[in-house]
Design a protein around this ligand. Structure first.
Ligand code: CMC
Length: 424
């Protein structure tokens, strides 16, 4: 086996090398501290592998994304969200029978306990739906407790996937003061979500196919993205053997931030800001380049992609299609396209390999679908759930999984003696 050599303070250490199935190379430093006393430093974990995983492959330089080996472009075109969820969680495309059983589970567990409705009542109307979502997911642990690490949690994984959309839709209804609409077992996953959001008791509501298809595509594109901030959080919390609901609730909180899933909401806020400023997008490109301005082009840049985010490519085409089919002419789409065109030719963005990411066009589609801005990240969470569950399951099934516990380099004061308050 190939080894890496490290020379530290004149002493040589041999470190094992791990090679992935796509020939990615890692230097295994697990024993480095024991052998040499040194740790490695990598703020933000930009160059640190935290696990071996068989779920998702990304080649950020080439703009490749595959779930369980299947290219995202093919899944987006030929599959649906329920099938992709099965693929991620169980590792293979389902047979007809497996898919039918999975779908049955996702529909027949979609009701939430009636007592949980009281929790929604306690939130002020201004509550952000991401806060509600994470609290509700955490409280599911009270209704479906897991006793012990060895307990079979497969039913809780299904329950969570089935119930998250009900919770998400209820949090929306709560925010607009409308009565909750219960899930329907005869609808597809995506149509059911939209039905629970848009139906009202006083009239018949049919989910338009264009909306159902658009949501299904968005959910597929968000379903997994290997060790991103929220997924790593799910693994981090799960590594302490906390229950599934606690780990996913933490993942939802991590996703909320504007540098992660919250960016889709921020993109829309930014586009609106630019429109209200006379659509002067060039001014905002200059601001994004100015290090003193604190302004970033939201929906641009990615830790892993140094090329086009393949999801953004699919969504750009989808945004055109959805807006055309719905007969919407959105000036924000024109601003987004102009920003992209100018940025891609600008030396600042070229040098730093900053391309539009998944959040750049998703917000425009959500907006055209009538989804309010503060629900965008909730839709992202709904899509990302099978990925989080797949990683949580993979980690739990890893023999000898240790608790996640990074080290640090201490840069604080050296030892002092305590000084009584009268002498300070
Ligand atoms: N606008 C302007 N400059 C940027 C941007 C941006 N959106 N993104 C990165 N840069 C610059 C950054 O200032 C730095 O410049 P310099 O080398 O001169 O200091 C350089 O590009 C490298 O950026 P970084 O901050 O070191 O990159 P990172 O890997 O730590 O951060 C990121 C990645 C996604 C957090 C960042 O690009 C960003 O803040 N983008 C905007 C927020 C966003 O769209 N987030 C959604 C990510 S995709 C959805 C998801 O999976 O979460």
């Amino acid at each position: 086996m190939e080894k890496a050599k490290l020379i530290l303070s004149g002493k040589e250490y041999e470190l094992p090398v791990i090679v992935g199935s796509e020939n990615e190379v890692a230097i295994d430093i697990t024993r480095l501290r024991n052998d040499s006393g040194a740790i490695t430093m990598d703020s933000g974990y930009g160059n640190t592998g935290s696990c071996e995983s068989a779920i998702t492959f990304i080649d950020g330089e080439k703009g490749i994304l595959r779930y369980r080996g299947y290219p995202i472009e093919e899944l987006a075109k030929k599959s649906n969200f329920v099938e992709v969820s099965y693929l991620l969680v169980y590792g293979h495309l389902p047979s007809k029978k497996e898919l039918a059983e999975f779908h049955y589970g996702l529909t027949h567990h979609s009701l939430i306990h009636e007592d949980m409705k009281k929790f929604f009542e306690g939130f002020p109307p201004s509550a952000h739906p991401m806060g509600i979502l994470s609290s509700m997911v955490s409280s599911l642990s009270a209704f479906y407790p897991e006793e012990g690490f060895d307990v079979d949690v497969s039913i809780n994984m299904i329950r969570l996937m089935a119930k998250l959309k009900t919770i998400a839709a209820f949090s929306y209804k709560k925010s607009i003061g409308q009565p909750y609409v219960y899930p329907r077992n005869d609808l597809s996953f995506s149509a059911d979500m939209l039905h629970m959001m848009y139906a009202v008791p006083s009239e018949q509501y049919e989910v338009p196919e264009v909306l159902e298809d658009a949501l299904d595509l968005l959910l597929i594109l968000h379903a997994d993205h290997e060790q991103n901030c929220s997924t790593s959080t799910v693994r981090m919390v799960g590594s302490s053997q906390a229950n599934l609901f606690a780990a996913i609730s933490a993942g939802i909180c991590a996703l909320w931030g504007p540098l992660h899933g919250g960016a889709n909401q921020e993109v829309l806020n930014m586009l609106e800001l630019i429109r209200n400023d006379g659509s002067n997008y060039k001014k905002y490109i200059e601001m994004a380049k100015d290090k003193n301005s604190n302004f970033k082009l939201m929906g641009f840049g990615h830790r892993v992609y140094k090329n086009f985010d393949p999801r953004a490519k699919i969504l750009k085409a989808q945004a055109d299609k959805v807006l055309k089919e719905l007969g919407i002419n959105d000036p924000l789409l024109d601003i987004a396209k102009n920003l992209e065109e100018v940025a891609l030719k600008d030396e600042f963005f070229i040098e730093r390999k900053l391309y539009p990411n998944v959040d750049f066009y998703s917000g425009i589609i959500y907006r055209a679908m009538g989804i309010p801005t503060n629900m965008f990240t909730v839709m992202f969470a709904l899509g990302r759930l099978p990925g989080w569950i797949a990683h949580w399951k993979e980690m739990r099934e890893t023999h000898g999984q240790r608790i996640y516990r990074p080290r640090q380099i201490y840069v604080g004061s050296k030892k002092h003696s305590y000084v009584p308050i009268t002498k300070r």
